[in-house]
Design a protein. Structure first.
Length: 120
């Protein structure tokens, strides 16, 4: 059965006929759920730094330029009291005069026992 506005209706005993949603309404509904999903996902806990990081001190460091490459060498000391060694990974970030990152390097000092100084 069709009413005066051209909309389809069911008869009295039948449930109303469901019509497909207009594309704009479907897009708005999907957008709302995506926005809700993104909003909930942004509530991550801030990652806490490992307190053992304060036990390691860089005693020396130097940058060696080789053409367009840079190398960072130095020493790190474990001032902690734990009886087992640590592998310490050190990261260096290089910036230009405008403050933009132009490179990164990483090195590891292996098996650094308490009181020990190791090269990286």
């Amino acid at each position: 059965m069709i009413d005066l506005l051209g909309r389809q209706k069911g008869t009295r005993g039948d449930p109303p006929i469901s019509m497909p949603l207009p594309p704009l309404q479907v897009m708005l509904t999907i957008s709302f759920f995506l926005l809700l999903l993104v909003g909930c996902g942004g509530q991550q806990l801030a990652q806490q730094a490992d307190p053992r990081l304060t036990l390691f001190h860089v005693l020396s460091s130097r940058i060696i330029m080789l053409d367009t490459q840079a190398e960072v060498d130095g020493t790190v000391q474990n001032t902690g009291k734990d009886r087992y060694p640590f592998d310490v990974t050190l990261s260096a970030t290089f910036y230009n005069s405008a403050g933009n990152v132009i490179g990164q390097a990483q090195g590891t000092a292996e098996d650094v026992l308490p009181g020990m100084t190791r090269s990286f």
